[in-house]
Write a protein that binds this ligand. Structure first.
Ligand SMILES: Cc1ncc(COP(=O)(O)O)c(C=O)c1O
Length: 330
C-alpha cells in the first residue's frame, strides 16, 4: 500500500480548519495538576467534551457535509451510521447546512445518546447489535436509494476534520511528547496522527482502546482489518467492528507508535477521577485515555502528555453506577 502523503494531508486538515471554524469551537487544552502529580509528568486534557454536541465528531461531520453541500444530488439527502456521537454531530450539521438525512444507530446504542438524538429531532433507524452491522445496513440502504452514504470514520474528509484537533494541540503546546487518543474506527487518531507526524514527528501517538473491544489494535497486529467479537464496554463510542476496506487502517498501522488496552475498572476509575478532580464529565471513550495514563505511569514519567477527552455524552444510569461504585471504595 502506498505511503500516506503527509504533506498533502496536512493541507486537507488546514482547509478543514477553515471550513469548520464558523460551526465548531477551538476547545480548551487544560492542564491537569492532579494527573501531573500522580504520573510525575506534565499532563494536559484536550477538552472535546466542550465541543458542540459534546464530542469531537462535529469537526468531521461539518467538514464532510460542507463539502457535500455543493455536490450534485445532495438534495436527495444522505444516510449515515453512528454509535451515537457522530449521529448527534451529523444531525446538527444537517440542520445547520439545510441537508436532509437519516441516521442509523445500532440496537444497543447508549440510551442517553438515543434520547438526545430524538430530542433534537433526528430521523433515526435502529439496526444490528454491532456498529459494523449497522454501518453495512446503512451503506446498503443508501446504495438502494441512490443517496450518499457518510461513514463516521472511513472517509478522508471526516478524518481531516478530526485532524484539526492536532493543529489546535500544536498551536498551544509545541513541546508535546505524547498524545493519547481513543480509537474506534480510527478516524480520530488518523487525523491527529497525520497532522502530528508531519509537523512534529518527535511526538508519539498512542492509541487507546477498551480491552473488551480492540478491533483496530488486533487488526494492526494482524496486518489487515480483522473481525473480532466485542464484549460490553463502558467505552460505547469506540466499540465494535470496522469496515474491511477502511482508509483509517494505513494511518493506524503506519503512524501510531504505541497501543494501550484498558480494563473496564480502569475506564471507570478514569471517569470518576476526572469528575472528582476536575469537576468535568467525560464518557467511557475518554475514560480509556485517563485509565491508560493512570496504569502506565512509568511510560509517561517526566513527559509532556495530552490526553484527548473525546466526548462527554455518558448516560445518567452509567454515571450513577460509577459514582456509587467508587464512593464505596474511596
Ligand atoms: C467519544 C468518542 N471517542 C472516540 C471515538 C472513536 O472515534 P473513531 O471511530 O474515529 O476512532 C468515538 C466514535 O464514535 C466517540 O464517540
Amino acid at each position: 500500500m502506498a505511503a500516506i502523503d503527509l504533506e498533502a494531508f496536512n493541507h486537507k486538515i488546514t482547509a478543514a480548519a477553515d471550513r469548520i471554524k464558523d460551526y465548531t469551537y477551538k476547545t480548551p487544552l487544560e492542564h491537569s495538576s492532579y494527573l501531573s502529580d500522580f504520573i510525575k509528568a506534565n499532563v494536559y486534557l484536550k477538552l472535546e467534551t466542550q465541543q458542540v454536541t459534546g464530542s469531537f465528531k462535529a469537526r468531521g461531520a461539518f467538514n464532510k457535509l460542507s463539502i457535500l453541500k455543493s455536490q450534485p444530488g445532495i438534495e436527495k439527502g444522505i444516510i449515515t451510521s453512528s454509535s451515537g456521537n457522530h449521529g448527534l454531530a451529523t444531525n446538527l450539521a444537517l440542520k445547520t447546512l439545510g441537508i436532509k438525512g437519516t441516521i442509523f444507530v445500532p440496537e444497543i446504542v447508549a440510551e442517553g445518546k438515543k434520547q438526545v438524538l430524538l430530542q433534537e429531532g433526528a430521523t433515526l433507524q435502529q439496526f444490528g447489535l454491532d456498529c459494523l452491522d449497522c454501518e453495512n445496513k446503512a451503506r446498503e440502504t443508501a446504495e438502494v436509494n441512490g443517496v450518499t452514504f457518510l461513514s463516521p470514520y472511513n472517509d478522508l474528509d471526516v478524518i481531516a476534520g478530526q485532524g484539526t484537533i492536532g493543529l489546535e494541540i500544536l498551536e498551544k503546546l509545541p513541546s508535546v511528547d505524547y498524545v493519547l487518543v481513543p480509537v474506534g474506527g480510527g478516524g480520530l487518531i488518523a487525523g491527529i496522527a497525520a497532522y502530528m507526524k508531519y509537523k512534529s514527528p518527535k511526538t508519539k501517538i498512542v492509541g487507546v482502546q477498551p480491552a473488551n473491544s480492540k478491533v483496530m489494535y488486533e487488526s494492526v497486529k494482524a496486518g489487515k482489518i480483522i473481525y473480532e467479537e466485542s464484549l460490553e464496554t463502558l467505552s460505547d463510542g469506540t466499540a465494535g467492528g470496522i469496515e474491511e476496506d477502511s482508509v483509517t487502517f494505513p494511518f493506524c498501522r503506519d503512524l501510531v507508535d504505541d497501543w494501550i488496552m484498558v480494563a473496564e475498572e480502569d475506564i471507570s476509575r478514569g471517569i470518576y477521577t476526572i469528575l472528582e478532580k476536575h469537576h468535568k464529565l467525560i464518557e467511557g471513550a475518554a475514560g480509556c485515555a485517563v485509565g491508560a495514563l493512570m496504569t502506565n505511569k512509568k511510560m509517561f514519567e517526566g513527559k509532556t502528555v495530552v490526553a484527548v477527552m473525546c466526548g462527554a455524552n455518558i448516560s445518567m444510569n452509567v454515571l450513577k453506577h460509577i459514582v456509587n461504585e467508587h464512593s464505596k471504595v474511596e
